[in-house]
Design a binder for this molecule. Structure first.
Ligand code: GTP
Ligand code: MG
Length: 309
């Protein structure tokens, strides 16, 4: 629900509220009439009415523990192609969640995305979901040739694999946000089991360069990720996003790089996996953050046929 949808909130008031730091219905629901009055330039009783409307518009979604378990049981997993990586992830890439791969250039993020877009199409007893994929390509690195190379060893018809894949090029961060907002209808129609966003952050990084724009960028990124998570939960599908790393100016100990997007991306991702190049062309994956799996590492390889142990 948007601010303008609240009864008693016109376009101008919504704009003032946003500028005053009340960007969401939830923020209004927990505000005091006094704060809102000042921010929106409305009277006390109008402010109270807006707060009341915000409160009643929010569904809390209370569930019993058993209902949560029931929902978890409908969760499915997509094989990555590497059994080591699957073990690290507790079986594969989960539906109802966002999995983030981050790492430097050439660490294998895009290759993994291609592989998952193929694997999701395999039947459930072969580690897929028997469903299709949407690939949001922000860096123009989607390569149908790679999809063909990866499909062949799995016995999938390359033409069908390609036809079952919906590719959306996103030219800037707004375009990317819009692409996700437009997915809802397509997901059922095309039988989508996986949404890839490769890369999640590159446009946001280049579209918001000024220091003063950081807060706005983070807010937008946050909403974008929550839109993705909502799709994952509503349609029992997997979301996979990639993220680059940047040099840390405040670096003293440990890794001199950090994922872009800071806490916003970190908190919205259910699983975070750090990829780096290892010896002999191999790749090392490290599970950084997971709600139910221990941290650990897995070694895998990117080959012509795709992601393997
Ligand atoms: P950025 O998007 O630049 O941040 O990097 P990335 O992490 O997405 O890198 P990507 O997944 O594109 O990895 C590229 C690497 O995968 C190449 O450097 C190769 O090592 C490997 N690779 C890509 N295609 C092939 C292939 O056909 N055969 C083999 N053996 N390796 C490949
Ligand atoms: Mg890439």
């Amino acid at each position: 629900m948007e601010l303008d949808d609240l009864p008693g909130v016109g376009e101008t008031t919504a704009e003032k509220l946003r500028e005053g730091g009340f960007g969401t219905v939830e923020a209004i629901a927990v505000a005091s009439a006094g704060d809102l009055k000042d921010a929106a330039g409305v009277g006390e009783s109008a402010a109270e009415k807006i707060i009341e409307a915000a409160r009643s518009s929010i569904k809390m979604g209370f569930m019993t523990g058993s209902e949560v378990l029931e929902k978890r049981r409908s969760m499915k997993k997509i094989t990555t192609g590497s059994s080591h990586l699957n073990v690290l992830l507790g079986g594969g890439i989960e539906t109802q969640a966002i999995t983030e791969f981050f790492g430097e250039f050439g660490s294998g993020k895009t290759q993994l995305c291609h592989q998952l877009a193929v694997n999701v199409q395999m039947p459930e007893d072969s580690g897929g979901l028997g469903k299709n994929a949407i690939y949001i390509d922000t860096e123009n690195t989607f390569r149908p040739e790679r999809i063909i190379q990866m499909s062949e060893p799995l016995g999938l018809e390359e033409e069908i694999t390609l036809d079952n894949l919906v590719v959306a090029r996103a030219y800037n961060s707004d375009h990317q946000v819009l692409a996700v907002e437009k997915l809802n209808g397509m997901i059922k129609e095309k039988g989508i089991g996986l949404i890839v966003v490769d890369s999640l952050t590159s446009h946001f990084r280049s579209d918001y360069t000024g220091r003063g724009e950081l807060a706005e960028r983070q807010q937008k990124l946050n909403r974008h990720m929550h839109a993705l998570l909502k799709l994952a939960e509503m349609h029992n599908l997997a979301v996979v996003v990639t993220n680059q790393v940047m040099a840390r100016p405040d670096f003293f100990f440990g890794d001199p790089t950090a994922p872009i997007g800071g806490h916003v991306v970190g908190h919205a991702s259910t699983f975070r996996i750090y990829l780096r190049k290892a010896k002999g062309g191999k790749r090392m994956a490290r599970l950084i953050d997971s709600p139910n799996m221990p941290e650990g590492e897995a070694l895998f390889a990117v080959m012509k046929e795709g992601v393997k142990d």
